[in-house]
Ligand binder design. Structure first.
Ligand code: SAM
Ligand code: SF4
Length: 369
């Protein structure tokens, strides 16, 4: 296989520049011989999400039932070394340039600092980030920064202590706030906050969350709730939409169009008039309209679950098993080939609004959000 015919632009998402040929007999597109993770819709995946565990120390109602879930058995989880090997394959053979560790709750995996350090030693070095609920971050932020972590996203859906406890089913707001502060002190910046709003639960909290984020120099992004909860309780009709979130923010803040091009980023962003971020840049707020404003056409993600399955999409119903291949002695080139094939099969979009939409069997906490 020759030099990859792939291209990444500063302004937009990475794109495959080679158009697929077509099999004359079956008329199905044939994957061109390139190294990168292309699919048949000209997208190129360069952003890897690695789930380090399906377990969690919170029980957010939009994610997990109160009693938790049947966790993956230990022998099915990738070891730290197996994760590092697959990240290396992704970076060195498949053109992945960014790796985000997530879960479940990634901070409860004891090997996290060592995994980050090994990923930071790769050549080329990928950008390294973490999505976490922030519990334990106060203790670990400095260690993770020293290991090579670049940035964190902390999930926080309300700053009201009672609503936090109701929503996460745990009384841990002060740990999350301490984690945010430590991340900023450690320089894991820009520190971003992810918030999900639920009608009748915390939908009144959007302006307070933005005031809190602006006061501390964190960058806030709201995410529309998606049908990925283990309980299958998501309801399109009662979901708080991007339009509603923006209306609530605009009632109290002046939002100006962001001059920075969105590129492949899922968040639509606005400048918050009159506010400045800690680094002196204008303060921003983002809304990720995963359901009502899908960005599938620009998606540049590939996912690896804690048990070693490649998923082309959060909503994929198929997975490709790299764990068994790896444990049966597959070499790096074979693993890379399986990963390429899995991504070539990525569907055009999530089709949540299609009547035939099927929620994936794995919940968000086991896929890696
Ligand atoms: N435990 C970590 C955390 O909460 O940040 C990482 C895993 S969590 C699954 C990743 C992100 O997915 C969080 O920001 C969480 O709010 C979001 N999330 C979970 N379930 C969701 C859902 N059904 N719809 C939208 N976002 C969801
Ligand atoms: Fe845990 Fe994150 Fe799911 Fe909340 S959203 S239960 S913190 S995995």
């Amino acid at each position: 296989m020759g030099i990859p015919v792939i291209q990444s632009t500063a302004a937009g998402p990475a794109r495959a520049t080679t158009r697929p040929g077509t099999d004359q007999k079956t008329e199905t597109p044939v994957r061109p011989e390139v190294n990168g993770l292309i699919d048949r819709y000209q997208r190129l995946a360069t952003d890897l999400r690695v789930s380090l565990t399906d377990r969690c120390n919170l029980r957010c109602t939009y994610c997990m039932p109160a009693e938790g879930l049947p966790w993956l058995p230990k022998d099915r989880l990738l070891t730290d070394d197996e994760i590092v090997r697959l990240v290396r394959v992704a970076v060195q053979k498949l053109g992945v340039t960014g790796v985000r560790f997530t879960g479940g709750e990634p901070l409860i995996r004891p090997g996290l600092p060592a995994i980050v350090a090994a990923a930071a030693r790769l050549d080329p070095r990928p950008k390294l980030s973490l999505t976490t609920n922030g519990i334990g971050l106060a203790r670990l932020a400095g260690t993770l920064r020293d290991a090579g972590l670049d940035r964190v996203n902390v999930s926080l859906d309300t700053i009201d202590p009672d609503r936090f406890t109701a929503l996460t089913r745990r009384d841990r707001l002060s740990d999350v706030l301490a984690g945010l502060a430590s991340a900023a002190d450690a320089g894991l910046t820009p520190v971003k906050i992810n918030s999900v709003l639920m009608r009748g639960v915390n939908d009144q909290d959007a302006p307070d969350l933005l005031r809190f984020a602006l006061a501390h120099g964190y960058e806030l992004r709201f995410i529309e709730q998606m049908p990925l909860d283990a309980q299958h309780g998501w309801d399109r009709a009662s979901m708080v939409t991007a339009t509603e979130i923006l209306a609530a923010l605009k009632a109290e803040f002046t939002l100006l169009p962001d001059p920075v091009e969105r590129g492949g980023a899922p968040a639509e962003t606005w400048l918050v008039d009159g506010f400045t971020a800690l680094d002196g840049r204008p303060a921003r707020v983002g809304v990720i309209g995963s359901v009502t404003r899908p960005f599938c056409g620009d998606c540049d993600r590939t996912r690896l679950t804690a048990d070693g399955q490649v998923r082309a999409c959060l909503f994929a119903t198929e997975e490709s098993d790299l764990r068994e291949a790896l444990r049966s002695g597959a070499d790096d080139e074979e693993l890379a080939g399986r990963w390429r094939t899995a991504m070539w099969g990525k569907r055009a979009g999530h089709d949540i609004d299609d009547p035939t939409f099927l929620q994936p069997a794995r919940p968000m906490s086991a896929i890696g959000g």
